[in-house]
Design a protein around this ligand. Structure first.
Ligand code: ADE
Length: 258
């Protein structure tokens, strides 16, 4: 990674008003509306050579916003979705940018049996993995990696967002094994990055919140990939709106006000 240049913000300020917000987002389609919304520009200081990770940044209502997405797979040219890329770009961004708060925003599958509908936006109360099965005592819990997210009762109250548990795995579809684990995680929404971002954020004691908009109903009739692609653009608008409301709420506040 290039050393911070003069365009880089100073290190995190600790107590006091939140000044630096890092938005971690997996897909370009999800990221670009927010880049436009916050009038962010692509950062000149690059991540390490070879990493396709991309950063946009700018100032918005007293906050410095960095938005990172893992970029396109260098060989296949598709968005680098999933836990590996999400963890790497989160790690590099925390080291480089020292954010006060991380927002992991993205789309998710939702369970109608738990009250999710297409276009709903959830704030995750808890995250866990559903595809890391290690049936050895203690390793089993490590694999599941269940953790509570940073609590934001005032955001929930003010913005009237739905709250639910998020389960993360590296597949868009859901195998019978995944289904059992997701049920055991009591998840309402399912994504491909959240628990990985939470793991890295926790390692470095950085508060992280998870804003997830539902593109497909996992326990519904439609094939997941088809429903996801059909709803991606419209649901991204709902996500964009929700993230903007969260950022507006954060502006001028301390971490303990959230
Ligand atoms: N993102 C959007 N829909 C998803 C699903 N069904 N599973 C995992 N990630 C998703």
């Amino acid at each position: 990674m290039a050393p911070p240049s003069s365009e880089e913000p100073a290190a995190a300020s600790g107590a006091g008003a939140i000044s630096k917000v890092l938005v971690v987002i997996a897909m370009q389609t999800e990221a670009l509306p927010l880049v436009t919304r916050f009038q962010l520009v692509e950062a000149a200081a690059r991540f390490p050579k070879g990493a396709p990770w991309t950063r946009y940044h700018g100032d918005y209502k007293g906050l410095h916003i960095d938005l990172v997405w893992p970029g396109k797979d260098p060989v296949l040219g598709v968005d680098s979705v999933g836990t590996v890329s999400a963890a790497l770009v989160t790690y590099a961004s925390i080291q480089f940018l020292k954010p006060d708060l991380i927002i992991n925003a993205g789309t998710a599958g939702g369970f109608k049996a738990r009250g999710a509908g297409i276009g709903d936006v959830f704030l995750a109360s808890d995250v866990a993995f559903h595809d890391r099965r290690i049936p050895i005592p203690v390793f089993d819990s490590y694999g599941i990696g269940a953790r509570k997210t940073f609590e934001t009762p005032n955001i929930v109250k003010e913005l009237n967002l739905k709250v639910g548990k998020l389960s993360t795995g590296d597949s868009l579809d859901m195998s019978p094994h995944d289904e059992t684990a997701i049920l055991s995680n009591e998840a309402t929404v399912k994504d491909m990055e959240g628990a990985a971002v939470a793991y890295v954020a926790d390692l470095f004691s950085t508060p992280a919140i998870f804003v997830k908009a539902v593109t497909d109903i996992v326990d519904g009739e439609k094939p997941t990939a088809e429903e996801f692609l059909q709803n991606l653009i419209s649901v991204t608008m709902a996500l964009d709106q929700a993230v903007m409301q969260v950022v507006d709420f954060i502006s001028g506040k301390c971490i303990s006000d959230l």
